[in-house]
Design a binder for this molecule. Structure first.
Ligand code: GDG
Length: 731
């Protein structure tokens, strides 16, 4: 029976030991809250690390497991070395700073923890696979587990896998710093659906895939097509449990505490910050702005105070220890300069506080400061809004927090601009009651409508809808055993017509077409096939006659140049032109393509007799795709009625006379050889699909690579094609 499985680095509980007896307490984090609903309502399983259990006595572990299992939690135990390397090291020392654009905070020593990161992701994959029915819906969370979808896909090909990234996905310019960028992207792409908080994170991801893995960037599509699979991408901004925060704020105990906070300095305006100690949170710049406010606005001195709660975290890491020291010094400087015997401008609490206390602070604040230099979403901003049943209070929100995309009625600031942030603090303090209420009303509407439960159901519904993987997918052929099965099909046939594409099928793509010269190994394979009595060999390429002649003219085979515009059936015969249209459009088209080539660095025009091609392999991928689209639009209009056909190849836009295509080459061959109709066609791009489309029954179509195809079989790469052809020549 299939189930819903949630996977996160940490289980949403804390394990404590009371005299060696394991005790569980629920954690109130954002993720735990958001997923509490679906986890309690369904028969789901939640898999993750239960935290440090070293204090639990060995013979009590089964008791712990019983308690976990009652809550449908399934533990992944991690050793202290695994926690140090996978979690503290690679996740928090490399990915965390890099994805938050803080490249100088990347810990050089944690670079070496990649191996442990990979191993722990594999450990999660093995444990999930052992607990899965094989067709479950699995929702994986966050950057600690970015390899997991890919590893799991190999073990559970029929499961639906969703992945949500809770932190930003950075610009591809920053992401590509990572030496393991391919592995991380391929890991995430094992999913069927990948969710992000904002559209810009999604764009960055798509761009990184195009740039690093070389997929075509299709702006019109919401997803990515790679490895023969479609992966959906979506924007799902996380919400909070609004009712919990709103009702907490109404509790008597909280109301009393609000009175207490206000009573302490009744004429003071309160600015509030609540953050985990982290360099992403913009704490130093926030304090500097507050200092600037006091420096520039003497009349506010003694009338404003900043309450800053900082929750200790990652205390053993140098950069965090340094940040703590900087904070202490800055708070000391501000308080000693602007404080008085009666009051201090900064109230700095370096500890976690209770939910009730937090709620009281949210309600007592005149201004909430959420000014991270980078933050995936930031839940504090939403919790503040949900707590303000009085529709009062001003939210100052960094434009670099994901929440800024949703909470437009906040005062949106650049946290790096210390002067301006100080000005915004003043603006917020002096804001009229009317303006505060009207802004807060709108903020509350948004936060209440898109709450935690909306977030969960939006993601789960989208995951339910994504196409089931592997239906109608070509069979992957990878080993000599697999070849044997194919050979069984053709062994009894007297003659095989073998149609081979060249670029991307027999040789890898080179930066420019002229570099992709056949190597010694390939020439040996072609030579062996060409002398085989049972094989009628055809090379069907988009290349020109001259090139094919130069490289393969001396072999006993048929050459088809420019997608079949010209053919040469043997070394002795002449080239024949299969189509007799005079391409009147060609000169005009070449002129147009020359113009685009000038505007598009890295692009080039390839002139052929029957057509022309515009290559953009070497261009910036986004620009190349955009310019190709512009060219298509121009051609659609300017060449209406011309007998020109255009299509996208592998980073190339091809133009040729209508009716010329590789499929026509196969049809002509079969016409000449009625009765013996077994064909093998091997190719990698869109032009080869024309061959697969016309293959008669009993034939074999093989796509090389990772694209969607109508071929029934797939080779992973060129090495596989070559191995197959070598074995075929030995039959
Ligand atoms: C990741 C992303 C994204 C803080 N101090 C106290 C306290 N808190 C609670 C807040 C809030 C949470 O911690 C912090 O919110 P974040 O948004 O930073 O959440 P994280 O899970 O740390 O971070 C982030 C989030 O995932 C969700 O996708 O928004 O961008 O980095 O809930 O209330 N709670 C209590 N005492 C405190 O002193 N009780």
């Amino acid at each position: 029976m299939s189930r819903f499985i949630i996977v996160s680095n940490r289980l949403p509980i804390t394990v404590k030991s009371e005299n060696g007896v394991p005790m569980l307490s629920d954690s109130a984090g954002g993720l735990a809250t958001a997923l509490k609903g679906p986890h309690s309502k369904s028969d789901s399983l939640w898999i993750g690390w239960p935290g440090d259990i070293s204090r639990i006595e060995k013979d009590r572990i089964h008791e712990l497991e019983g308690k976990l299992s009652e809550k449908r939690f399934s533990p992944v135990y991690l050793s202290s070395s695994e926690v140090n390397k996978y979690y503290e090291g690679f996740s928090n020392g490399v990915i965390w700073p890099l994805y938050h654009y803080l490249v100088d905070k990347v810990q050089r020593s944690a670079w070496a923890d990649w191996k442990a990161y990979h191993e722990v992701n594999q450990k999660f994959a093995d444990i999930i696979a052992s607990r899965s029915s094989g067709s479950d819906m699995i929702w994986i969370h966050d950057y600690q587990l970015s390899l997991l979808p890919g590893l799991l896909r190999k073990l559970l090909p029929n499961s639906k896998i969703g992945f949500f990234l809770h932190i930003p996905f950075p610009s591809s310019e920053v992401f590509r710093i990572l030496p393991w960028r391919e592995e991380i992207l391929e890991g995430m792409l094992g999913s069927d659906l990948i969710g992000f908080h904002t559209y810009s994170y999604l764009r960055h991801f798509k761009r990184a895939v195009a740039k690093i893995l070389g997929s075509d960037e299709d702006e019109n599509s919401e997803g990515i097509c790679i490895n023969g699979r479609n992966i959906s991408l979506g924007v799902f901004p996380i919400g909070i449990d609004v009712e919990r925060f709103s009702s907490l704020a109404r509790k008597d105990e909280v109301q009393n505490e609000i009175e207490g906070i206000r009573h302490e300095n009744p004429d003071h305006k309160i600015l509030l910050g609540v953050d985990r100690l982290d360099y992403t949170k913009g704490l130093i710049r926030r304090l500097m702005s507050f200092e600037r406010l006091l420096e520039r606005e003497p009349e506010l001195r003694g009338k404003v105070k900043l309450i800053q709660v900082v929750v200790p975290s990652r205390t053993k890491v140098d950069s965090y220890e340094h940040l703590k020291k900087e904070m202490d010094e800055l708070v000391g400087r501000i308080n000693s300069t602007y404080g008085s015997i009666k009051s201090l401008p900064v109230h700095y609490l370096y500890r976690g506080i209770s939910q009730e206390h937090l709620s009281a602070l949210y309600c007592a604040a005149d201004v909430m400061l959420v000014t991270p230099v980078r933050d995936g979403m930031n839940l504090v901003a939403k919790e503040f809004v949900a707590s303000r049943n009085d529709e009062n209070g001003v939210l100052i929100l960094s434009e670099f927090a994901g929440a800024a995309d949703e909470l437009a009625e906040a005062l949106i600031v650049n946290p790096y601009d210390v002067d301006r942030l100080a000005l915004f603090m003043k603006k917020a303090i002096l804001m009229s009651e009317n303006e505060k209420t009207s802004r807060m009303k709108r903020l509350r509407e948004r936060v209440f409508n898109y709450d935690a439960f909306h977030w969960t159901s939006a993601f789960v519904n989208a995951l339910e809808k994504v196409a089931m993987p592997l239906a109608n997918q070509p069979l992957v052929i990878s080993s000599p055993d697999d070849f044997e099965k194919l050979f069984e099909k053709i062994k009894r046939v007297p003659e095989i017509h073998l149609f081979l594409d060249y670029d991307g099928t027999l040789v890898p793509f080179a930066e420019t077409p002229e570099i992709a010269v056949p190597d010694k190994e390939l020439l040996e394979i072609i030579s062996a096939l060409s002398v085989h009595h049972g094989i009628d060999l055809h090379l069907v390429s988009g290349r020109t006659r001259d090139t094919l002649e130069k490289w393969f003219g001396h072999f006993s085979l048929s050459l088809h140049a420019e997608h079949g515009f010209f053919s040469k059936m043997s070394p002795e015969s002449e080239w024949i032109q299969n189509h007799h249209e005079n391409p009147a459009w060609k000169a005009m088209l070449e002129k147009l393509l020359d113009e685009y080539t000038l505007e598009t660095p890295g692009s080039m025009v390839e002139r052929k007799s029957g057509g022309v091609a515009w290559h953009y392999r070497m261009s910036d991928p986004e620009m190349g795709v955009k310019q190709a689209r512009n060219i298509r639009k121009r051609v659609d209009i300017d060449f209406q009625g011309s007998k020109v056909e255009m299509f996208n190849g592998e980073k190339v836009l091809e133009f040729r006379a209508k009716g010329v295509n590789k499929g026509a080459v196969i049809l002509k061959t079969l016409q000449k050889n009625p009765g013996s109709s077994t064909c093998i066609a091997i190719g990698d791009d869109r032009t080869d699909e024309d061959m697969f489309a016309v293959l008669p029954p009993g034939s074999i179509g093989i796509h090389v690579g990772k694209k969607n195809t109508r071929a029934a079989f797939r080779f992973a790469d060129i090495a596989c094609t070559r191995l197959f052809l070598r074995k075929l020549s030995e039959l």
